[in-house]
Design a protein around this ligand. Structure first.
Ligand SMILES: Nc1ncnc2c1ncn2[C@@H]1O[C@H](COP(=O)(O)OP(=O)(O)OP(=O)(O)O)[C@@H](O)[C@H]1O
Length: 336
């Protein structure tokens, strides 16, 4: 059975229009004028049990709105969805026992309480048997290495410490699907990596289906097997992450901080964007120059203090998708 089935899911919001000036304010107060804004436009998707799916798109594409509908927080304006056999917005209460969610920008833990109290409260909300709760809690504390933070009020934890507690809390009732909305936002590279490993572990060992949104291509590359890209509320790509990596994530930007000035940078397949005595910025075309070879060249030729490797921004990936689709469509016309 699929974990998630969505057909024609649509959400529009009525947005109040306010003309400028005092007269406009009075007019809008007496007779408000609304415009329909379509956030999600008839999307179809199926996610199998145990899949790790990246749900991507630029800002405002409709990702969070979709997750909110799939977890029953929002009612759609049209279409159908089945999550673990439940209609999320009609059976939200029942669905809650089988899904967990983490919103990177919003804490689900009680801010002034230590995580141990939030865990306790959640165990009551999910009506966990006491013995099951204790063994699960202890297991998550061990896996996520939470012992030092369990009695510290959440407001005093760092973002990375809090996120580990958030994900552990969302896993307390052994959900079959984990919805993660930007779980690594604002985290440093090491904490991001740790969080990715923990999510993967949950997927591997407990078969948890992962539905993830992120702007960080690293999350997608390392966590997900499949990616769906949406733009203006519509699905524009549903593909294998490996294929996407080969075709769309081929360019990496590299930023080096140098201990001392080095020779002018030159390497086939690498574009030098900027070089000063203290820094170098590069763009690597990984289909021509493998990152491994570029990095070993850097280590050999330069005294490096710090190195940052980044994937292209989501907007650039989307431009490539449209360009590729356009080419394929043209090819289709030529074939006819
Ligand atoms: N409650 C609301 N009222 C009116 N418009 C809304 C509401 N919620 C979302 N929208 C609009 O719907 C569109 C989709 O928003 P959504 O938050 O789903 O995007 P997103 O893909 O998650 O973006 P981001 O990556 O920035 O979080 C946006 O244009 C947003 O302004």
């Amino acid at each position: 059975m699929s974990a998630i089935e969505v057909r024609g899911l649509t959400k529009s919001f009525a947005v109040k229009q306010k003309p400028q000036g005092l007269l406009g304010s009075i007019q809008s107060f007496i007779k408000p004028d609304y415009e329909q804004k379509i956030a999600v436009h008839s999307i179809d998707l199926t996610v199998d049990q145990g899949e790790t799916l990246a749900f991507l798109g630029p800002n405002g594409a409709g990702k969070s709105t979709t997750i909110k509908m799939l977890t029953g927080i929002l009612h759609p304006s049209g279409g159908e969805a089945s999550v673990l056999g439940y209609c999320p917005w009609r059976e939200r209460g029942r669905l809650a026992y089988s899904v967990g969610s983490v919103f990177g920008q919003k804490s689900q833990l009680w801010y002034h309480l230590p995580p141990s109290d939030s865990f306790e409260l959640m165990s009551r909300i999910y009506e966990l048997k006491r013995s099951d709760y204790f063994s699960r809690r202890d297991e998550l504390i061990r896996r996520f290495e939470l012992e030092p933070y369990m009695s510290v009020p959440v407001r005093k934890l760092s973002l990375g410490e809090r996120m580990r507690c958030e994900i552990a809390a969302a896993m307390l009732h052994r959900p079959r699907i984990l919805f993660l909305d930007e779980p690594t936002i604002g985290l440093d590279v090491i904490v991001k990596q740790k969080i990715r490993e923990l999510i993967l572990e949950m997927n591997r060992e407990e078969g948890t289906t992962v539905f993830l949104t992120s702007h960080d291509a690293g999350d997608i590359e390392q966590l997900c097997k499949r990616a769906i890209v949406i733009n203006y509320g519509q699905v524009i790509l549903d593909d294998d992450v490996d294929r996407m990596k080969r075709e769309l994530l081929t360019e990496k930007s590299v930023h080096l901080k140098l201990q001392q000035p080095g020779p002018p940078f030159q390497f086939p397949g690498v574009k030098l964007l900027r070089q000063s005595e203290a820094e170098i910025e590069l763009s690597v075309e990984t289909t021509v120059a493998s990152m491994e070879r570029v990095l070993s060249h850097i280590v050999k030729e330069y005294r490096v203090v710090d190195i940052t490797i980044q994937n292209p921004p989501m907007e650039e990936i989307i431009t490539h998708i449209y360009a590729r689709e356009g080419r394929e469509r043209l090819r289709g016309v030529a074939d006819v």
